[in-house]
Write a protein that binds this ligand. Structure first.
Ligand code: HEM
Length: 322
């Protein structure tokens, strides 16, 4: 069986590929293609129209919801909004209602696209690599399940797993397994940067003005001098202090999956929350078995996609309850 088609998700894939494409051809080529609506750029223009129409509709629905909430006689001042509602409210507050109607909607739509680019495939690819690593290291899977049982007990299943951030924070071993996944298979494997001025790197290498540098986050996670002789091993224990049994703080210049410095990922905490929640919901209910002889290889791209996806069998852990 195959999954249902989701046109806006397909449009999103085309737009993401355009980012890679534009790095591979001279700018005049893709700009001309875009102007003529041909080639990959022709597809991208259509994909943008599809995605924009989807987002405009979602924003319109949210605006109606917001107005209904504001005019409701029972408005109790509850500001427990979802992210999109919050974004609309804040944009309106900062721009003023008049300016919002001309520029605000575009701003909200573009912000949503940025968050989707930043937070969609990064999480999806991290989960693929996580499930592959965990299910091919059964000892790790057992320890995660044990930790889950200690943290939320049997009843957690009905309650939707974690009931608080405190509970989530207790999942130290799972945190280690996710960090270890991102060390070996960072969702963003390479970071291209360009120098604005000539400089000298801490290593002593001179860098000229306007020079392109490719930081390989993938290689940094696999350097013996940084991670030790066992760098190839998938070891969640690496992230846990033997003395305190708590998560060890690893500086972002060593573990660079979320990059370091002022432009590092602001979604890091949300990412860990999502990854921990999804990983434990799935592992608790299902045993994932990777199909024999399925080749698991990274695809050279802006994201650490699996070249052939991850083919698995999903077995219920509690067949008697089904
Ligand atoms: C496993 C998950 C994630 C990883 C590995 C990751 C990694 C990164 C990296 C390496 C960057 C720097 C990109 C660059 O400068 O070229 C970045 C930027 C960013 N990330 Fe994440 N990210 C993840 C999830 C998320 C999520 C869930 C969100 C938000 C919901 C998010 C929001 C952002 C934003 C807004 C930026 C741009 C920051 C800026 O340019 O100043 N990320 N992320």
């Amino acid at each position: 069986t195959s999954f249902p088609r989701v046109p806006c998700a397909e449009a999103f894939d085309v737009i993401e590929e355009a980012i890679v494409y534009r790095h591979c051809v001279p700018p005049w080529v893709w700009k001309l293609q875009r102007w003529l609506h041909v080639g990959w750029e022709g597809k991208t223009v259509k994909a943008e129209e599809c995605l924009n129409a989807f987002l405009e509709e979602r924003i319109r629905v949210k605006m109606v919801e917001k107005q209904a909430k504001e005019s409701s006689l029972n408005d109790d001042g509850d500001d427990n909004y979802d992210l999109l509602m919050k974004l609309i409210v804040e944009t309106e507050r900062l721009m003023g209602a008049a300016c919002y109607s001309s520029k605000g909607e575009k701003f909200v739509r573009e912000t949503v696209v940025s968050l989707m680019v930043a937070g969609r495939d990064t999480i999806a690819v991290a989960l693929s690599w996580f499930f592959w690593l965990v299910t091919t290291n059964p000892g790790v899977e057992e320890k995660i399940l044990e930790e889950l049982l200690c943290t939320i007990g049997e009843s957690g299943e009905e309650q939707g797993i974690f009931s608080s951030i405190e509970e989530l924070n207790k999942m130290v071993y799972l945190h280690g397994a996710i960090s270890e996944t991102l060390r070996l298979y960072p969702s963003v494997p390479n970071e291209p940067k360009q120098s604005m001025e000539a400089d000298v790197l801490p290593s002593g290498h001179a860098v000229g003005k306007n020079t392109r540098i490719l930081v390989s986050i993938y290689s940094m996670g696999r350097m013996e001098e940084v991670w030790g002789k066992d760098w190839m091993e998938f070891k969640p224990e690496r992230w846990i202090s033997e003395r305190t049994k708590c998560t060890i703080h690893v500086p972002s210049y060593k573990f660079a999956a979320f990059l370091a410095g002022p432009r590092s990922c602001p979604g890091r905490k949300i990412a860990f929350m999502q990854l921990k929640n999804i990983a434990s919901c799935v592992l608790r209910r299902y045993k994932i078995v990777v199909v024999d002889d399925h080749p698991v290889l990274p695809l050279p791209s802006i994201m650490m996609f699996m070249k052939y996806g991850l083919k698995v069998r999903v077995l219920s852990r509690k067949p008697e309850n089904k």
